[in-house]
Design a protein around this ligand. Structure first.
Ligand SMILES: Nc1ncnc2c1ncn2[C@@H]1O[C@H](COP(=O)(O)OP(=O)(O)O)[C@@H](O)[C@H]1O
Ligand SMILES: O=C(O)C1=C[C@@H](OP(=O)(O)O)[C@@H](O)[C@H](O)C1
Ligand SMILES: [Mg+2]
Length: 170
C-alpha cells in the first residue's frame, strides 16, 4: 500500500536539500530526516570516515541499504546527493513521497561548495566536479516528479516556489 505523504529532496551536494528540508518540514508540519544522519548513526561514523576506511562505492552501497529499508511516513526526507545511484532505495522513497529535484547549475554549486575534495562526496577518485555533475543529471531527472530551479534564488524564494508547486501537484 502506497503512502505518499512524504517529500523526498534530491539533487547535487550544495543544492540545499538539508537546509531547505528543515524549513519545508516546519512550514508543512511534517517530520524531518536527513538520510546522511541515518547512515552515520547506523554506522557510528561520519560519511568521510566511511569513504576513508573503504571507498566511495562502499558508501553508496550502505546508502542504498539504508534508503531501501527506511520507513518515513509524513516526513521531509533530505537525501544525500548520491542517493539516486540506488534504484531500490529510490523506489522505496518514491513509494512514500513525491520526489523533488533541487536543480542548480554547476557554476552555482561550485560557488556554494568550497570543499569538494574533502566533503565526503561519493565520487571516483580524481573525478571532476563537472564530470560528476553531468553523470548525475540524467539520474536526478529520471526520478524527479517536481523540479525547482534554484539558481539565483534565495532559500526563502526556493521554499515559496516549492510550496506553490506542491500545492499545484496535490
Ligand atoms: N538557495 C540558496 N542560496 C544560497 N545558498 C544556499 C541555497 N541553498 C543552500 N545554500 C547553501 O549551500 C550550502 C549547502 O547547502 P545544503 O543544504 O547543505 O545542501 P545539500 O544538503 O543539498 O548538500 C549551505 O551553506 C547552504 O546555506
Ligand atoms: O553527493 C554525494 O556524493 C554525497 C553527498 C552528501 O550529502 P549532501 O548532498 O547533502 O551534501 C553525502 O550524502 C555524502 O557525503 C555523499
Ligand atoms: Mg545535505
Amino acid at each position: 500500500m502506497k503512502n505518499r505523504r512524504s517529500i523526498v529532496l534530491i539533487g547535487m551536494p550544495g543544492a540545499g536539500k538539508s537546509t531547505l528540508g528543515v524549513l519545508l518540514a516546519k512550514e508543512m508540519a511534517l517530520g524531518f530526516i536527513d538520510t546522511d544522519v541515518l547512515i552515520q548513526s547506523r554506522e557510528g561514523k561520519t560519511l568521510q570516515k566511511i569513504i576513508a576506511e573503504s571507498d566511495y562505492l562502499n558508501l553508496r552501497a550502505i546508502e542504498g541499504e539504508v534508503l531501501a529499508r527506511a520507513t518515513l511516513p509524513s516526513h521531509v526526507i533530505a537525501t544525500g546527493g548520491s542517493a539516486v545511484y540506488s534504484e531500490q532505495g529510490m523506489e522505496n522513497l518514491r513509494n512514500q513521497g513525491v520526489v523533488v529535484f533541487l536543480q542548480c547549475s554547476a557554476g552555482e554549486l561550485h560557488r556554494r561548495i568550497h570543499n569538494y575534495e574533502s566533503r565526503g562526496i561519493a565520487k571516483a577518485p580524481g573525478q571532476s566536479f563537472v564530470a560528476l555533475f553531468e553523470e548525475r543529471q540524467t539520474l536526478y531527472r529520471r526520478y524527479a516528479e517536481i523540479t525547482v530551479d534554484c539558481d539565483d534564488m534565495r532559500l526563502q524564494e526556493v521554499l515559496n516556489q516549492l510550496l506553490k508547486l506542491l500545492r499545484e501537484n496535490a
